[in-house]
Design a protein around this ligand. Sequence first.
Ligand code: GNR
Ligand code: NI
Length: 185
Amino acid sequence: MSTAITLPPPPDAEATVLPILIAPHPALKTKARAVRDDDAAAVRALLPRLFATMYRAPGIGLAAPQVGVGLRVAVVDLQADNVRTPVALINPEVVAASEELATREEGCLSLPGQYADVTRPAQVRVRFLDESGARREITADGLLAACLQHEIDHLDGVLFIDRLSALRRNMILRRLAKEQRQKAK
Ligand code: GNR
Ligand code: NI
């Protein structure tokens, strides 16, 4: 037995920005479930809120679990040269990854102020449904490849720090906890 997820309507445009969960919130470690046909209304309500939250942060990607929604939905927009190119990803999956690896500095809106070099496949092919339910594929390299893999990781309950050594991961988690404590005072 399963129940479709529904969201209340926003009172106004401003309210479409959702709070972003900060590590070590357990929702960030939970595998999200695939979107089904009967989630269509929930996803239609969610996507504008994900975009609004991502642009406000600002970030280049945001996954539904980061706002406490356990569905396989994410949004990406590299905003190169300040031009918006929004991409909605429903049930995204990496269908091919290069043997070649690339290392780049990543950040995460759920680990504010924390950055580290992360190594991933340099090129990936990602299959997904777009906001209209059409099947799409993107072949990406560079920042887009890292961002797509970072967002799909979120859907599996994986943060970029989970791809670092335990030593570096714990350093970042302790530093974040300390900074959040300072911020709260
Ligand atoms: O804003 C973000 N920047 C970023 C930089 C390098 C690799 C991945 C990212 S995604 C991140 C926003 C975020 O936390 N998405 O989940
Ligand atoms: Ni992230």
